[in-house]
Design a protein. Structure first.
Length: 437
C-alpha cells in the first residue's frame, strides 16, 4: 500500500485502487504529513474520539475497506472500530494490525476471498453483467469462498442429528485460519484500538457484544458475529452458542453510543444495505428489496431514535444543572441524572448504493470485479464526504448531535438534531439543509 501512496503502479494481479490518489493526497497535505505524523496546522477536532461503525453485508464489505482507506489517509485512524458480521471481520483486520499493515491486510483478505476461478471479463452495462454476477454467486453456493467457507461433505442432511455439522451448509474452518493469520489478537487485547463485535445468543435470543475493553477477544468472537444461519454453524464461546448479530440488529451504532465517554465523538457509520428503494418490478427484485429492508435495520430510523435519546439525555443534564440544591435528591431528578449522554456527537453516514445490475445475490457474489467496484465506491464516497465544504467548515460542538449524510440525495444531508442552550446559532429542532445537486 505504501507503494500505491508513492504513485507506483501496482502488480497486475492486484486490484487497481489508485484512481483518486491525487485528490486524496492533496487533501492530506493540507492537514497532516502522514509519513511523519506531523500536523501542519492546528486541528480543532484533534481531541475528538473517532469511531468507525461497520454494518454486516457479506461480499459488499469491500465497500467498508474502501471507506477505511480514505478515512485513514485523508482524515485519521479511528480510536475504536465496531462491527457486525463482515463488518466484524473488517474491524478485526483494522484493529488487529499496526497502522502500516492495516490496508495491506484488508487488501490481502479481499483478494483472497475474490480469488475463485475467474469468470470472463464483461461490460458493466446491461443483462450480460447481471448474468455474470449470478454465475459468480452460483459458483460461491457450489464451491464456497477461498479463505472463508467451504461446503460440508457429507452435506448437512447426512450429518448426525444434534451436531453443528447437521445445522449448517458450510464449514468456516478456512475463516478461522485466515483470521489467525491476518489478525494479531494480542494487539487487539493490548488495547491500542478498541474493538467491539455483536452476536446473538442462540439459546436466549439476546444480543451480546464482545468488547476488547471488557474481555479478551479471539477468532471465535469474530466468527460468531458472522455466523449467519443456516449457511454457517453457531460458534461456541464459554458454553454458549452464537449466531450472526445481524439477526437482531445489523449496525452497532446503539451499542457505541451507549458506552460512556468523556470526549466529543465523531462516528463514521458505514451501512451496506439501503432502507430506501423502489417498488420491485419482478419476483427477483422482491427478494433483493426484502433483503435490503431486513438487513438495513431501518438505519435512518434507528439512527434518529438513538440520537433523539442522546438529545433528551443532554437536555436533562443541562436542566439538572440549573436546579437548586434542594431538588437534587428528588427521585425524578435522580432518575433523570442516570441518563447517559455525551458532550457532543457527530455521526457521518455512508450507505452503499447498489448498482442497477446487482440483484438479491449481491451479498454473496464475491467476484474480483465486484470486489474492486465495491472498494472503489467506498473510497470515493468517503473522500467526497471529507472534501465536502460542509464537513471541512464544521465547528467543534460542545453539546448536541449532528448528522452528516453528504453522499446521498436525502433532504437532510446535514442536520443539527439538538444544541446546547448557550448555542443560539443552532436551532433546537432538526434543520434540513438541501444537498447540492
Amino acid at each position: 500500500m505504501r507503494q500505491l501512496v508513492r504513485g507506483k503502479k501496482p502488480p497486475q494481479d492486484q486490484p487497481h485502487f489508485d484512481r483518486h490518489l491525487q485528490s486524496d493526497d492533496a487533501m492530506t497535505s493540507t492537514t497532516t504529513d502522514r509519513s511523519h505524523g506531523v500536523s501542519t496546522r492546528a486541528d480543532p477536532h484533534a481531541n475528538e474520539e473517532c469511531i468507525l461503525v461497520l454494518q454486516g453485508g457479506g461480499a459488499l464489505g469491500a465497500f467498508q475497506a474502501g471507506v477505511f482507506e480514505s478515512l485513514s489517509r485523508v482524515y485519521r485512524e479511528p480510536n475504536w472500530v465496531a462491527g457486525i458480521s463482515i463488518g466484524a471481520i473488517n474491524a478485526a483486520l483494522i484493529a488487529g494490525n499496526t497502522a502500516e499493515h492495516r490496508l495491506p491486510r484488508l487488501r490481502e483478505f479481499w483478494e483472497l476471498v475474490s480469488s475463485s476461478v475467474p469468470l470472463p471479463s464483461i461490460s458493466s452495462i446491461g443483462t450480460a453483467r447481471e448474468a455474470l454476477n449470478e454465475a459468480s454467486a452460483t459458483q460461491v453456493m457450489v464451491y464456497g469462498v477461498p479463505g472463508f467457507f467451504k461446503p460440508r461433505f457429507p452435506p448437512a442432511p447426512f450429518q448426525p442429528r444434534g451436531s453443528l455439522e447437521a445445522i449448517s451448509y458450510y464449514d468456516t474452518t478456512p475463516l478461522k485460519e485466515t483470521l489467525e493469520r491476518l489478525v494479531d489478537f494480542d494487539r487487539i487485547n493490548a488495547g491500542s484500538m478498541r474493538l467491539s463485535v455483536g452476536a446473538v445468543n442462540v439459546r436466549t435470543g439476546n444480543f451480546e457484544y464482545f468488547d476488547s475493553a471488557k474481555q479478551t477477544i479471539d477468532a471465535r468472537h469474530i466468527m460468531a458475529s458472522g455466523a449467519l444461519p443456516p449457511g454457517f454453524a453457531p460458534v461456541e464461546i464459554d458454553g454458549e452458542h452464537y449466531w450472526d448479530g445481524g439477526l437482531v440488529s445489523n449496525t452497532p451504532l446503539q451499542y457505541v453510543l451507549d458506552q460512556p465517554g468523556s470526549r466529543r465523538r465523531t462516528v463514521f457509520q458505514v451501512d451496506l444495505f439501503a432502507a430506501l428503494g423502489m417498488l420491485p418490478g419482478s419476483l427477483q427484485e422482491v427478494t433483493g428489496r426484502e433483503k435490503d429492508i431486513r438487513f438495513s435495520s431501518r438505519t435512518r430510523l434507528n439512527t434518529t431514535n438513538e440520537l433523539d435519546r442522546q438529545v433528551i439525555a443532554q437536555a436533562a443534564k443541562r436542566l439538572i444543572d440549573k436546579l437548586p440544591a434542594a431538588l437534587r435528591d428528588d427521585p425524578d431528578v435522580v432518575a433523570l441524572s442516570k441518563l447517559r449522554c455525551e458532550s457532543a456527537v457527530d455521526v457521518v453516514h455512508l450507505i452503499y448504493r447498489s448498482k442497477h445490475y446487482e440483484r438479491q445475490s449481491k451479498d454473496y457474489e464475491f467476484s474480483r470485479l465486484s470486489m474492486q467496484e465495491h472498494w472503489e465506491s467506498g473510497r470515493a464516497d468517503m473522500a467526497r464526504t471529507l472534501h465536502d465544504k460542509r464537513w471541512l467548515d464544521r465547528a467543534p460542538a460542545e453539546s448536541g448531535v449532528r448528522v452528516f449524510d453528504l453522499c446521498s440525495d436525502h433532504p437532510s444531508a446535514v442536520t443539527a438534531t439538538a444544541a446546547s442552550g448557550a448555542d443560539k446559532a443552532t436551532p433546537t429542532k432538526p434543520t434540513p439543509t438541501k444537498i447540492a445537486p
